[in-house]
Design a protein around this ligand. Structure first.
Ligand SMILES: [Zn+2]
Length: 133
């Protein structure tokens, strides 16, 4: 996603990393499968390394491209698992509306903020401290 037009008229732009108005969502129903796949990938990789047979891992999960390290292949596999299970959330800087991506879809649904203002609720440091409303 690169741009999402909000109902308030603001255009949410996603064309770089570390956006304070974007987050990833892992649904509780998907969490077990997510971690199970992570664990399987890591155990398979570690077993191949311990056996001195990284080529076996590469053969099972990728091509034998000489320029791709087996550790890069593992990272690619973990990123793929993350992308499969997680969806995206945006907070509109114009009105504070949250936009949640539907599972297995590129569609978003919105939820309005009670204050109708951007509160940086998805930012790593929202500036609100430990305040609980
Ligand atoms: Zn908006």
């Amino acid at each position: 996603m690169s741009k999402l037009g909000c109902k308030c008229g603001y255009v949410i732009v996603d064309q770089t990393d570390s956006l304070p108005y974007k987050a990833r969502l892992l649904r509780d129903e998907a969490e077990e499968a997510y971690w199970r796949e992570f664990e399987r990938q890591i155990k398979t990789f570690v077993a191949a390394v311990e056996a001195g047979d990284k080529a076996c891992y590469v053969a099972e999960y990728g091509t034998h491209s000489p320029w791709i390290k087996s550790s890069d292949l593992l990272i690619n596999r973990l990123s793929s698992i993350q992308a499969h299970h997680e969806t995206t959330i945006y907070e509109c800087k114009g009105c504070g509306r949250l936009w949640l991506q539907k599972p297995d879809s590129k569609q978003f649904v919105s939820y309005t903020s009670e204050e109708n203002e951007y509160r940086a609720i998805l930012a790593a440091a929202s500036g609100d401290g430990d305040q609980i409303d």
